[in-house]
Design a protein around this ligand. Structure first.
Ligand SMILES: [Cu+2]
Length: 101
């Protein structure tokens, strides 16, 4: 029974990919560059006491998490291979460079 549970867990990890936590702190994405695999997810965690946002204009991976309140987290999937920038609509200097393989 235990072996079956572990096998199922491993299968689900492979199926859904890894989750990568991106902290939003001091008006900075931490880390500010990351390499991921298609099928992984990016989870944005707002650790600042004010709102943030994260979006990309990349055609294949397009997302916009909208207004993200302090202390909240939002997760988006990485859908296609390539390099793309993620920015914050509220703080134009915030930049995350994603490489998806
Ligand atoms: Cu911001």
């Amino acid at each position: 029974m235990k072996k079956i549970a572990i096998a199922a867990l491993l299968a689900s990890v492979t199926l859904f990919g890894a989750d990568h936590v991106i902290d939003q702190k001091g008006k900075t994405f931490i880390p500010h560059e990351i390499t991921v695999k298609v099928g992984d997810t990016l989870t944005f965690v707002n650790s600042d006491p004010f709102a943030h946002n994260a979006y990309t204009d990349d055609e294949a991976n397009e997302f916009d998490i909208g207004m993200q309140a302090p202390g909240t987290k939002k997760t988006v999937p990485v859908k296609a291979a390539g390099k793309f920038d993620v920015e914050c609509a509220i703080h134009p200097n915030m930049l995350l460079e994603v490489t998806a393989n």
